[in-house]
Design a protein around this ligand. Structure first.
Ligand SMILES: Nc1nc2c(c(=O)[nH]1)N[C@H]1C(S)=C(S)[C@@H](COP(=O)(O)OP(=O)(O)OC[C@H]3O[C@@H](n4cnc5c(N)ncnc54)[C@H](O)[C@@H]3O)O[C@H]1N2
Ligand code: MOO
Ligand SMILES: [Mg+2]
Length: 419
């Protein structure tokens, strides 16, 4: 039997090919407390100025700056306190010569005042307090509309809803928000060797780790994926389950069976169902056999069976697709420069993605592999927070070289406090 020859395409081109065909989902409305990690489907307008009024940013005294002119260590100026307010209360007095209002952080600046003196800058006495420096007009005042004005568009459609967005929506009194619906995702682990967690391991069996890994990667970006039963390597069964999943979900992720082996049926499945294959070979390692296809509104990710390849395929292709389906403005992974802490002697005919640990130190970002660099590695995924990128056509890298790393783990912490 002649092996099928595939044309490997560059990683960047592969990602672009996928992103180009993605259409976004419909808009729906969600209560703001359920909207974290969704994408805004509307511009958000300020319903009032922020700050809403001129306010004190400190606990202290509101004064008229003119009354403070000429104050110094040898000439302390005396003020008389005529009112006392905290946040939530407005004073109805108007400050006249030499007068002040005792004011707390967040309270509105009283009429006639144009500066705030912090408690620490005063000496209190029975008549009120004295100061030893002059204040400028507007000193220590948070001005109305300083951050944004009523009707300003403060957040744009397409923005990922983070906790700050929720704070903005709450501040402007929005209880609901328009978001793009999330794609629905089906996960099918294929392989006759695979067994679930409670089944005995017969000779040749391994447990399905890709299924739970992909399901949790989806959950990490707020997608509740549906896991289908493990599919053994049999063409009819593979076609049936993929078609069923396509009728029930937007995205169908399969793992395994995409290479050129006798029991790798995914290429035949794409053919049988009439899907358009965008690519079936990428100039990357691991994950070179990653295949992406589409039919009508469905996108099919044929991720490799090898766990590290499967993980890389999800990070590079599936994650940006999910973001794009939700009409996010920003869909691509975060890639930064960092310094290799080890040599990588091997040449890289294909772009090499090495699961690694990026250490963010005071001296810079340092990278080390997080374990075995083989396609079948699993533990190395667990210990990684990124994928070190060694571009195709390069000969090898030495400790100290600067390379790129694609960050995969947004919940990442350090063992040392780098303050
Ligand atoms: N003649 C060639 N052989 C292979 C090529 C090639 O280009 N020519 N590519 C190799 C590369 S690279 C990879 S990666 C694998 C990809 O294989 P498949 O995507 O077809 O996956 P399988 O054959 O089904 O399985 C590969 C490997 O992964 C294990 N596996 C599968 N599913 C799971 C799972 N859910 N959880 C954990 N582990 C899983 C499976 O047992 C195999 O060991 O092909 C090379 N061969
Ligand atoms: O897809 Mo394979 O993982 O390149 O080793
Ligand atoms: Mg195979």
């Amino acid at each position: 039997m002649a092996v099928e020859m595939r044309t490997p395409i560059p990683v960047k081109e592969a990602i672009e090919r996928v992103i180009k065909i993605v259409k976004h989902k419909e808009v729906s409305t969600l209560p703001i407390e359920q909207s974290l990690n969704s994408i805004l489907a509307e511009d958000v307008k300020a319903t009032y100025d922020i700050p809403r009024f001129d306010k004190s940013p400190y606990d202290g005294f509101a004064i008229n700056s003119k009354d403070s002119q000429g104050a110094n260590g040898n000439n302390r100026i005396q003020f008389k306190v005529i009112d006392h307010i905290g946040a939530g209360t407005a004073s109805d007095v108007t400050i006249k010569n030499g007068e002040a209002v005792r004011i707390m952080t967040g309270a509105p600046i009283p009429n006639g005042a144009d500066a705030v003196v912090m408690f620490e800058q005063t000496t209190e006495n029975e008549k009120g307090f004295t100061i030893r420096k002059s204040f400028k007009q507007g000193e220590n005042i948070a001005f109305k509309g300083e951050e944004c004005k009523e009707n300003d568009i403060v957040l744009n459609k397409g923005k990922l809803i983070n906790s700050g967005v929720i704070a903005v929506l709450a501040t402007f009194g929005y209880q609901n928000v328009k978001v793009y619906q999330k794609p629905t995702v089906a996960i099918i682990a294929t392989g006759s060797e695979l067994v679930g967690p409670n089944e005995p391991l017969e000779p040749g069996n391994i447990r399905n780790s890709n299924g739970p890994m992909i399901e949790s990667l989806c959950r990490g970006i707020n997608i509740e994926a549906t896991t289908y039963q493990i599919q053994e390597d049999n063409l009819k069964g593979c076609i049936d389950i993929v078609e069923k999943a396509m009728s029930e979900h937007d995205i169908v992720i399969t793992t395994g069976g995409v290479s050129v082996g006798d029991f790798d049926y995914l290429p035949k499945v794409y053919e049988a169902i009439g899907a358009n294959v965008l690519f079936n070979k990428v100039q990357m390692r691991p994950g070179s056999v990653t295949t992406v296809a589409y039919k009508d509104h469905n996108i099919l990710f044929g991720l490799s069976g090898n766990p590290s390849a499967c993980y890389s395929g999800f990070q590079l292709f599936t994650k940006p697709t999910i973001q794009k389906m939700m009409a996010a403005q920003e869909v691509y992974p975060v890639i930064i420069d960092a310094i290799l802490a080890e040599d990588f002697k091997k040449a890289n005919p294909f772009t090499r993605f090495i699961r690694g640990k990026a250490h963010f130190t005071n001296e810079g970002v340092y990278l080390e592999p997080s374990g075995s660099n083989k396609s079948n590695a699993i533990v190395a995924i667990a210990n990684s927070n990124g994928m070190i990128i060694l571009p195709s056509g390069t000969r090898g890298y030495a400790k100290g070289d600067t390379v790129k790393v694609l960050l995969t783990d947004h919940l990442s912490y350090e063992s040392e406090l780098n303050l």
